[in-house]
Design a binder for this molecule. Sequence first.
Ligand SMILES: *[C@@H]1O[C@H](CO)[C@@H](O)[C@H](O)[C@H]1NC(C)=O
Ligand SMILES: *[C@H]1O[C@H](CO)[C@@H](O)[C@H](O)[C@H]1NC(C)=O
Ligand SMILES: CC(=O)N[C@H]1CO[C@H](CO)[C@@H](O)[C@@H]1O
Length: 411
Amino acid sequence: MIGLLLVLLPISGLSMDLRKLDAYPGAQCLDGTPGAYYIEKSSKAGNKRWQLFFEGGGWCYNDKDCANRALGQLGSSSDYPSTIGRQGGVASPDCDINPTFCEYNSVYLKYCDGNSFSGALDGSVTVKETGQELFFRGSYILDAILEDLVENEGMDEVEELNLSGCSAGGLSTFLHSDHVRDKVQQLVGRPLSKYGSTPVSGFFLMNRQNVHDEFVMAEQIKTIFSLSNATHGVHRACIEGTTDAEKKWLCNTAPEVMKYMDSPIFVLDSSFDSWQSGCIMMNKAVDYDNTPTKDMPNGNCGSADGWEECAVAPENCGAEEIYGVVEYQGSFIRLLTGTQGYQNDHSGAFIYECFTHCAAAGDEYASIAINGVLMKDAVNLWWDSLGVSSTKSFLPKLYGLDSTNPNSSCQ
Ligand SMILES: *[C@@H]1O[C@H](CO)[C@@H](O)[C@H](O)[C@H]1NC(C)=O
Ligand SMILES: *[C@H]1O[C@H](CO)[C@@H](O)[C@H](O)[C@H]1NC(C)=O
Ligand SMILES: CC(=O)N[C@H]1CO[C@H](CO)[C@@H](O)[C@@H]1O
């Protein structure tokens, strides 16, 4: 199985309009075309309430892999349609599904830089095999979008700002939550009255070994961190707090950044995410040297020898394998709840055990429940409690050793 990139289906009409960042020369996609975003203004929110949602789509892991990616929409803005539909779940315009943010001005940040809006490479990289010139400018795209929104789209009047995104966009939400708050406050010259982020399926355990004790994902992320010169494009306090130069790449991952985060955050994730299962826990290293650029598999998901069946569905996991699954979930919960970012007064999480990816950006946002509380209502409770009371957390049971799913609300 190759790494499936989740494509979210738009749920309503083509209501979001494209804006390309032609006026910001440094804000380039992998292939050098201008970065971009989509926007739908709300008649109800005025210019005061905004939700910014980072697009997902995995990462590219080295120059050959990124060269392949530069040929498609995740690496180039040349074929973006002029309008798209709205996302679902936490970004849905339907107030039954998304009571909290349905009426907000909605912005969809297009992901075309290969490393979660974190690259800050000045020059370009030339790919030997194809001669393509690649640009790693994700952090410049993010800043250009914020500037354009404030200067040209009315966000100078923003009072409440919600930041979200799923998958690689969920990781972007972790990495840049503090920065977006600081940057917007600097641009508008005053504090926001309400700010918080809801990363969806972005708490990837990137620094952990696969089932055969190999650090496959770690090596991949280490490589793109360095290739994209992301030291200055990820969480600043994390970089400063990590004195060992060899470990700074960890600031490209959510568990590490959460140790330093101070803006309110409500984490929406599965303790056994269906993407992490195949692409982190049960993956296999790609033979980069012997794979031509055009055949780059973009990660080698679900291919760990002997684990191919278990990787696609927990009910296929044998008695031995399920111990691995339970251990993974235990690590997930421990890594998350042990961080400062989670323990902050106004932060929390809704962690379900459904074997799914990006559920909070789709219809399951309104159906997954823990102890009778629906995810959408948990988010609403959190948002309403911001600045008022401490946040509630909803943590799940783990997959049982008999591999049964303890929560029927997943189906
Ligand atoms: C990497 O980023 C830093 C900070 O933005 C910059 O000073 C430096 O020149 C960059 N290096 C390269 C090779 O682009
Ligand atoms: C935030 O949502 C809450 C809940 O609907 C709302 O009362 C407030 O106006 C806005 N901001 C956000 C994020 O929802
Ligand atoms: C453990 C757990 O999360 N149980 C919940 C699963 O879903 C049902 C139905 O929504 C809830 O009532 C349970 O509390």
